[in-house]
Design a protein around this ligand. Structure first.
Ligand SMILES: NC(=O)C1=CN([C@@H]2O[C@H](COP(=O)(O)OP(=O)(O)OC[C@H]3O[C@@H](n4cnc5c(N)ncnc54)[C@H](OP(=O)(O)O)[C@@H]3O)[C@@H](O)[C@H]2O)C=CC1
Ligand SMILES: O=C1O[C@H](COP(=O)(O)O)[C@@H](O)[C@H](O)[C@H]1O
Length: 506
């Protein structure tokens, strides 16, 4: 694994990796604050197990769960075991390896936001080796991020090799994001702060950069001369589940667009970075976030759609509406949105970027569609639709390109669409790791390439905020769509106005 540069552009060699054994496995202390929570059980522990199974984690490593609940380490390991049974793929599950892995897991009962609590239990778990990576992963409510960082600092647990990982959401608007960034930044340098966005851990999202910048054939047409528009879709077939109270205060714009989808958009739209380094990459993403055309009230009325799911059928099953899921008589929170965005750069002038996301939709489908322009002078009479490049982020991870081809069955020169399709799982004959696997190990290594810098978070909020306010003022009224559909008709009209249609069933 080559060493990468840190956010300041200097080599991160000194505190990057910690000690490795002969097989390259690394030893570290990893404190999970919020160890009994949903995220830890469903995502973090199973991801660590996979990394351990793949021999990336050395056996002296400690994964130290912290929460306020008074559990013994045996109780916690039993809970962790249940979570692993539920969330590790059958093909990876191995009893002996699970037992070895559980041997790395410790538990400390502590209110991590209380600097004056008794921290001796946690301190005793931490190695005193100076260059051993020490990661604090804060998987609690965002209001605890600053008190937790304060308390860690007050108890003098921050070493040169320490880092703090912050889960999303970072704030609810620009001001609250800045408060969190300022507060945590009192104790940890920007190079020690890892703001996680699990979309950046997806192999297919990382592959956007490979496709664009390692294939000149694509990069040379990646601009307004050849591209008519771009669609970014993240459709889900799930509802809000047990996260109703959080979701109702957030909505799709804060939950999905401010972070995941604006990150995907920046990767699709950014200029080539001078090097594959955290600093260069994040500089280029930031430029795109800053180049997004601010939405005026008029734009919000015409170029956004917001909606909430009502009762309907998903995969043949009757699904209650959002209000029933929430158990609330009323709510104006959007579970679906579509936005027509513009990027004010020479590369993207005149190319709309359509973003849509929603819950309880007809299909689970996260895609980026690049719609190419038609042939400027058509010599054939029956041209099919102009080519589309479809990046399938999930599921059925892959990429396809539709091409006009001569139909061999036609007597005359008739054209039909033919599709070049690469299925990544088949092409690489490998399992697709969960996004948290890459992200956790990158945090341990101190590699910030896959994490969000402070200015990116704040620039995203800056673009989102006018839309949030416009919707609060009902400039664009909330619509209802039946669960199990692809959203309201007005979302189709958003594209139809420009002469386009959403690509479905990729
Ligand atoms: N769940 C998910 O899929 C996702 C979650 N996130 C984010 O991750 C964070 C955690 O989410 P989630 O796991 O769902 O939340 P949960 O409510 O399920 O878990 C919260 C955890 O924090 C612990 N906790 C609360 N206060 C303290 C404290 N003062 N000191 C130590 N531990 C504490 C709780 O245990 P106890 O009560 O025993 O202290 C519990 O283990 C949130 O910021 C969320 O927005 C982000 C993306 C996805
Ligand atoms: O962060 C979140 O992401 C999930 C969607 O993630 P995916 O990897 O399944 O695409 C979303 O369901 C959740 O509401 C949001 O908080």
């Amino acid at each position: 694994m080559p060493l990468r540069m840190d956010a300041t552009g200097s080599s991160s060699k000194i505190h990057a990796g910690g000690k490795r054994d002969n097989s390259g496995a690394v030893a570290f202390d990893f404190v999970i604050v919020g160890a009994t929570g949903d995220l830890t059980m469903r995502k973090l522990l199973p991801a660590f197990y996979e990394c351990f199974r793949r021999r990336q984690i050395e056996k002296s490593t400690k994964i130290i769960g912290v929460a306020r609940s008074g559990l013994s380490v045996e109780d916690y390991r039993a809970r962790a075991h249940e979570a692993l049974k539920g969330f590790v793929a059958t093909s990876s599950y191995d009893d002996a390896t699970i037992q070895d892995f559980l041997g790395l897991v410790e538990y400390v009962s502590l209110d991590m936001s209380d600097k004056d609590a008794d921290w001796t239990g946690l301190r005793a778990q931490l190695s005193t080796e100076r260059d051993r990576p020490r990661v604090f992963y804060v998987a609690t409510a965002p209001k605890l991020y600053v008190p937790t960082a304060d308390a860690i600092a007050h108890n003098e647990l921050i070493t040169e090799s320490s880092r703090i990982v912050l889960e999303k959401p970072i704030g609810t608007d620009q001001a609250t994001a800045a408060e969190i960034n300022d507060g945590v930044g009192q104790h940890f340098t920007e190079e020690q702060i890892f703001r996680i966005d699990h979309y950046l851990g997806k192999q297919t999202v990382q592959n956007i950069l490979a496709l664009r910048f390692a294939n000149p054939i694509l990069e040379r047409v990646w601009n307004t001369d050849s591209i008519a528009h771009v669609q970014i879709t993240a459709a889900e077939t799930v509802g809000v589940g047990k996260r109703g109270p959080y979701y109702d205060s957030a909505g799709a714009l804060r939950d999905m667009v401010q972070n995941h989808l604006l990150q995907v958009l920046s990767l699709v739209a950014m200029e080539p970075p001078t090097a594959f380094s955290a600093m260069d990459l994040r500089d280029e993403k930031l430029k795109i976030l800053r180049a997004l055309k601010p939405m005026s009230d008029h734009d919000i009325a015409t170029d956004t759609v917001r909606a909430q799911y009502g009762e309907g059928h998903v995969n043949g099953k009757l699904i209650p509406g959002y209000l029933d899921d929430l158990g609330a008589p009323t709510s104006t929170t959007e579970t679906y949105l579509a936005i027509r965005a513009e990027i004010r750069t020479a590369r993207w002038a005149g190319v709309p970027f359509y973003i849509r996301t929603g819950k309880q939709m007809a299909r689970k489908e996260t895609t980026v569609v690049i719609q190419f322009r038609p042939q400027p002078w058509a010599i054939f009479t029956d041209n099919p639709e102009p080519s589309q490049l479809v990046l399938r982020i999930q599921p059925n991870e892959g990429v396809s390109l539709s091409l006009a081809s001569k139909d061999p069955a036609s007597e005359q020169y008739r054209l039909r669409e033919a599709v070049l399709d690469v299925d990544y799982v088949k092409a690489f004959n490998t399992r697709y790791p969960d996004s948290y696997e890459d992200l956790l190990m990158a945090a341990v290594r101190g590699d910030q390439v896959l994490f969000i810098r402070r200015d990116e978070v704040e620039a995203s909020w800056r673009w989102i905020e006018p839309i949030l306010h416009g919707w609060e003022e009902n400039i664009r009224p909330l619509e209802i769509y039946p669960a199990g559909t692809q959203g309201p008709a007005s979302s189709d009209e958003l594209l139809a106005r420009d002469g386009f249609v959403w690509k479905e069933n990729t």
